[in-house]
Design a protein around this ligand. Structure first.
Ligand SMILES: [Zn+2]
Ligand SMILES: [Zn+2]
Length: 309
């Protein structure tokens, strides 16, 4: 005879399994901007990082400062299974040790997967050395599973990355000045697509890979505002302008790509407002364009829906 308590626990386990199965077959494709900023330690626009959720699985694109706080407020600290690095400028990677180690403390049991340009494996191996004390002590003391602290890192070349949980991920070279290679990424899932520019000046290769995409997340830099706000040392301004994309150039590029939605992220300087960039884009492109904000979510399906934080 089955006890009432046992019956309840069997029913609960069945419900969990059913929920997991429906997640596994879910075709929900959702992009959340965790950080839309730059190296500047701004409290409104955190360091660059984007959460890509495809069905039951999720990855981060870059892991800038504060990515973990943004994941925490969504209750998904241990959820990202991997990180795609566009390039190794510090603003794109400084949040990684936090994601790796705090995510482990918060329940990640599987190795974290990492892909990025040449130099990524070396950076990861050196981080493992830097944090070896913490990893050793917590395994021993807190009995955390060793597997959750492991990182499977890969230096990648341009092209399709081995498929990941139903996502087709393609890295393509962009033009970020001396930072070579620097990648943009295209993610295809359940018949839909999103392209992420990473840091780049207008890139022909991006135009090629992004044709007719559902969502294009692109960086932007306003030269006038950058000079006016003195957000970086004057000596660095010419190089920084040369390695990024102005609002006018973005407008010209969007007109050739024609995404269903274009969203700006990695916004330089972080004080840029819609009225600083959207009228400049409009001169060349009449399609749907929005200025990203930390916490903005874009659902890609029959419609491309934006939810503001
Ligand atoms: Zn950057
Ligand atoms: Zn950069």
């Amino acid at each position: 005879m089955i006890s009432r308590r046992h019956l309840i626990s069997l029913l609960a386990a069945g419900a969990v399994r059913a929920a997991e199965q429906s997640n596994e077959t879910s075709t929900e494709f959702r992009i959340t901007l965790l950080g839309t900023g730059t190296p500047r330690p701004d409290l409104v626009r955190f360091g660059p990082s984007i959460l890509i959720e495809a069905g039951a699985h999720s990855l981060l694109l870059d892991c800038g400062r504060g990515a973990m706080q943004r994941l925490f407020t969504r209750g998904v600290m241990h959820k990202p299974e991997g990180v795609l690095f566009t390039h190794l400028h510090s603003d794109h990677v400084t949040g990684f040790p936090d994601l790796w180690l705090t995510g482990w403390l918060q329940g990640r049991t599987e190795p974290l997967r990492v892909w990025g340009p040449r130099g990524t494996v070396s950076m990861i191996r050196n981080l493992e050395r830097a944090y070896a004390f913490d990893v050793r002590i917590r395994q021993k003391d807190e009995r955390l599973p060793a597997s959750g602290a492991r990182i499977e890192a890969h230096d990648i070349a341009e092209g399709e990355i081995a498929g990941f949980k139903g996502m087709k991920i393609t890295a393509f070279a962009v033009d970020h000045g001396l930072v070579k290679p620097a990648f943009g990424y295209r993610v295809d899932f359940a018949g839909h697509s999103a392209v992420f520019s990473g840091d780049t000046k207008p890139s022909e290769n991006l135009v090629k890979h992004a044709q007719g995409v559902d969502l294009l997340v692109h960086e932007v830099l306003s030269p006038e505002l950058l000079r006016r706000t003195a957000a970086i040392p004057a000596s660095a301004i010419p190089a920084v302008i040369a390695h990024h994309t102005t609002p006018e150039d973005a407008g010209r590029l969007f007109a050739r790509v024609r995404p269903r939605l274009a969203v700006f992220s990695h916004i330089v300087p972080s004080s840029v407002t819609e009225s600083d960039v959207l009228p400049e884009v409009k001169k060349f492109y009449d399609g749907r364009t929005v200025l990203g904000a930390d916490g903005m979510t874009i659902r890609i399906g029959a419609e491309v829906e934006v939810t503001y934080p």
